[in-house]
Ligand binder design. Structure first.
Ligand code: ATP
Ligand code: MG
Length: 476
């Protein structure tokens, strides 16, 4: 089989083969590594399947490396893993497992597992392109073992199951998500019979743990064109089950000749746009969620058309619940996305009015550290079939960015800290914590943002004395 390996990969594979031959245990490269090497994609891991005890083979392989890597193994699963250092400081992970056959029950993903032949092991794999093996044995080293003509499907760019798809998906419904994930990552199509089976079996995704679903979903979001995968999730019926709030973005309505754009396809476009400029998963989530509040806020105003007033606020409020639903961490990233959703109209709305310094200052102040992310999101949000309109928006948008730079250079509002803190105010006037401290603090902030005073300690101090005097307060 003609595949191109790096020198390091070559050496690692040859060493594994040597250990297997010493132990007289037939071993094969299998799955993703074989697929990706034939496609010429970079890889950071390889799976080895052997006819015998995978843990024993892993130990024998570890013996041949200097320094000897640690063998992490899971007796219950009969799997073992070693990590080999690469020249760039990262690791190449090799996973070992004995060939097995499995039988599943209707209710659960947990199969009954028994030792099996290579062919039986290949049969339980998810897709033909993931079921190819390469022999590491002396008599046929390097031979491609491909019982389901995965190589043909790789060339034809097709995802299909080795068995009847209904059987394969019934054994493990997560494979439905994986089909769409691989199709998205590799830019392949899903064979009609396989896709029909997903549509038929979509409801069974319910028995799969949310963590596994989220894992595949995130991989779809991280693809070059996530929109393709999200569209397939929608068409397959899976999206209705795993993410009904997103399905609710579908649809156009028309009253008295006034319509609105399809928010689902708009959202896909925004994700694809942002995917062109960032690999950050969380920014892609922000793009996914930016209009999530639209269905709940849609109104028709006679004579005016459809409106989605307040959708950014409603949408922001939906973020924590969606994160909890996906079992994503409820941390700083979640709060960032919430903020981005809430602010996503601000830079665009600036382009419509006169762009005052004060409006720019307020935007910089409200966005804080997230201003760059917000600008990426807003730029991606400019979608329209009307090319001239897009061009006009983009030009205005560039102007806002210019003005932001000017104001930022002048006023340094990013990471703005008030020149006088609440504690300063309490100390200066001998005040206990309370309403008056807050009033003075707010007044200083507003004066700075409105450009009444510059963003300096001295100006803020003078302004504070004035404001305090109006409240009958004197410094102590
Ligand atoms: P990637 O590492 O990019 O996710 P991969 O193909 O290596 O791609 P893994 O999840 O690492 O995917 O799985 C390795 C191999 O194990 C697959 O190529 C496939 O043969 C098999 N496999 C993994 N998960 C399943 C599953 N749910 N059902 C059947 N086979 C699976
Ligand atoms: Mg893998």
């Amino acid at each position: 089989m003609q595949i191109t390996l790096s020198n390091t990969e070559e050496k690692i594979i040859a060493t594994i083969a040597k250990a297997a031959q010493q132990m007289q245990m037939p071993a094969f490269l299998i799955g993703g590594f074989v697929r990706d090497k034939i496609l010429g994609r970079p890889t950071k891991d390889a799976d080895i399947v052997c006819l015998g005890d995978g843990i024993k083979l892993a130990h024998a392989v570890a013996e041949l490396f200097q320094p000897k890597p640690n063998v992490a193994y899971f007796k219950n699963f009969g799997t073992a893993q070693i990590k080999l250092p690469l020249p760039d400081g990262s690791f190449f992970e090799v996973e070992f497992v004995g060939a097995r056959k499995e039988s599943y029950t209707e209710q659960s993903r947990k199969p009954k597992v028994m030792a099996g032949t290579l062919a039986e092991d290949q049969l339980r794999r998810d897709f033909t392109i993931n079921a190819m093996g390469i022999s590491l044995n002396a008599d046929d080293y390097g031979m491609l073992l491909d019982p389901f003509t995965g190589i043909h499907d790789l060339k034809a760019k097709i995802i299909q199951t080795p068995l009847d798809p209904l059987q394969t998906f019934s054994d493990d419904p997560l494979r439905m998500m994986r089909a769409i994930r691989f199709a998205t990552q590799l830019n392949f199509s899903i064979a009609p019979k396989t896709f029909d089976a997903i549509q038929q079996d979509a409801h069974r995704i319910k028995i799969v743990s949310q963590e596994r679903i989220t894992d595949e979903f995130n991989k779809i979001l991280l693809a070059t064109k996530p929109g393709i995968g999200l569209e397939m999730l929608s068409k397959s019926g899976l999206l209705s089950i795993i993410f009904p709030q997103m399905m609710a973005l579908h649809g156009v309505e028309n009253i008295d000749g006034m319509g609105h754009k399809d928010n689902f396809y708009h959202t896909l476009q925004v994700i694809d746009n942002i995917a062109e400029v960032t690999d950050d998963l969380w920014l892609r989530w922000a793009a996914l969620l930016h209009d999530i509040g639209k269905p709940a806020t849609k109104r028709f105003e006679p004579g005016h058309g459809f409106t989605f007033h307040g959708h950014e606020v409603v949408g922001a409020r939906m973020v924590p619940k969606i994160f909890a639903q996906f079992k994503l961490p409820l941390n700083e990233k979640m709060r960032q996305i919430k903020k981005l959703v809430e602010l996503h109209l601000r830079p665009i709305s600036l382009t419509k009015e006169n762009i005052t310094d004060s409006a720019i200052r307020r935007l910089l102040f409200d966005a804080g550290n997230d201003i760059d992310a917000l600008m990426l999101l807003c730029n991606a949000d400019i979608t329209s079939k009307n090319k001239q309109k897009v061009q006009r928006y983009l030009q205005n948008f560039e102007m806002v960015k210019e003005r932001m730079k000017e104001v930022e250079e002048k006023d340094h509002l990013r990471n703005w800290q008030p020149p006088l803190s609440g504690e300063d105010i309490m100390r200066i006037f001998g005040l206990p914590p309370g309403r008056k401290v807050g009033m003075i603090k707010d007044a200083i902030r507003e004066a700075i943002l409105d450009g009444v005073i510059p963003n300096t300690y001295q100006a803020a101090y003078a302004f504070m004395l004035q404001k305090a005097a109006s409240l009958n307060l004197q410094p102590i």
